[in-house]
Write a protein that binds this ligand. Sequence first.
Ligand SMILES: [Zn+2]
Ligand SMILES: [Zn+2]
Length: 130
Amino acid sequence: MDCPVCSNEPMIVLEYNNIEIDFCQSCQGIWLDQGELELLLGSAGDSDKITKMLKEKVTVHEKPRRCPICLKKMRKIELGDQRPVMIDQCRQKHGLWFDRGELKDILEQLQSQNDDAVLKFLRDIFTNST
Ligand SMILES: [Zn+2]
Ligand SMILES: [Zn+2]
């Protein structure tokens, strides 16, 4: 699968607890297939929380990105309460695109301390790749 930002740049697949995470080594963006964010966050209860936190952004200045699966333009959505992060979501629900550091930001806001293994994993990704 090619990176939606760097186009023609294949992403590498990282694995965390059997969840496949597509990672672009050049821009450090992350692609999550539909449902994988919920898996990363753990407990099913969080899935409702995430849905409630998703808000579609109507006016945006960021360039639209294309879904790496269907190649259609994705929509911009905001995720998060205190410090909303703008991410891209495929309208066909293929998944979500996070620019560098955005996934970590979101997880830091949502995650309870008892489950910071995933945060450690993400920090490692960003420190290991230059
Ligand atoms: Zn990229
Ligand atoms: Zn798509």
